[in-house]
Design a protein around this ligand. Structure first.
Ligand SMILES: *[C@@H]1O[C@H](CO)[C@@H](O)[C@H](O)[C@H]1NC(C)=O
Length: 260
């Protein structure tokens, strides 16, 4: 047994020794290591699993990451418009341009504005911020007005936006109010998310000249008018009640925000 081993070892040495005078320290590469060939599996094996899809942008993730869009994120969730935007992004080749009003824009709305809207109008209000085409900042200079938004359905005619661009300042006019693009939050050639300083108020919901479009009273000023226009339920309310109510709404808002 031992003898056979020695013979085999000698034979191995003879065959393994290089014929040239190369030093033994540089051995030839192993002769026949089979190289893996993943592209040609045996014919009977199931097809390899599809590669994981390229991570698609999510409007909520972008806004949450950017910060300062608590109200918008909450509304996009409650109306399911966030899901619509994400699936439109996956389906539409033209991409999407999204105007994202900051929290201050929502708090600048007259108190009760959002609550005065029906569920359908809330959806329309959010879809009004969605243009079903990708627009880079430079494309705003050449785009032809009016821009159709998702709120207008397939025709898009009822909820148009006008964009004007002077230098690198872009503003959006709804017929009710005017917002400025204050920051590019995200752009990838398919989705563009721009921060705007106002909630875009569609003319079809908020008539031109309505006080919804007005800037809010300064915080210290005593609120004069509580009821939405057209409502006669709330008549005269004592200032103390109003202050307590406003504080209550504020606290409720903070609680609701924390509960997100
Ligand atoms: C938007 O622009 C179009 C074309 O210039 C114009 O006809 C329309 O009146 C504008 N709409 C608003 C709300 O300014």
């Amino acid at each position: 047994m031992k003898h056979q081993f020695i013979v085999l070892s000698l034979l191995f040495l003879i065959y393994a020794t290089p014929t040239s005078a190369q030093p033994a320290a540089s051995p030839a590469p192993p002769p026949s290591l089979p190289t893996p060939s993943p592209v040609s599996p045996p014919p009977d094996s199931p097809p390899p699993p599809a590669p994981p899809p390229v991570a698609q942008a999510s409007i909520l993730k972008i806004l949450v990451k950017s910060g300062g869009f608590t109200v918008l994120v909450k509304l996009l969730r409650s109306t399911h418009v966030a899901d619509q935007v994400d699936s439109q992004l996956a389906d539409l080749n033209d991409g999407i341009t999204f105007f994202a009003p900051v929290d201050a824009a929502f708090s600048a709305l007259k108190a009760g504005t959002l609550n005065s809207l029906s569920d359908e109008q809330q959806v329309q209000l959010l879809q009004f911020h969605v243009v079903p085409t990708y627009l880079s900042m430079s494309q705003f200079q050449t785009v032809s007005n009016p821009l159709m938004t998702k709120a207008g359905g397939t025709g898009g005619k009822e909820f148009p936006l006008n964009v004007t661009s002077v230098g690198d300042r872009v503003s959006v006019f709804t017929g009710v109010n005017r917002a400025s693009v204050t920051k590019t939050l995200y752009t990838d050639g398919k989705l563009a998310v721009y921060q705007v300083d106002k909630v875009l108020l569609p003319l079809s919901i908020f008539s031109a000249g309505s006080d919804f479009a007005q800037a809010p009273a300064p915080p210290r000023k005593k609120p004069v008018e509580l009821a939405v226009s057209g409502s006669s339920e709330v008549g005269k309310v004592k200032t103390g009640d109003v202050v307590r109510l406003v504080i209550g709404i504020g606290v409720a808002g903070v609680v609701a925000s924390l509960g997100l």
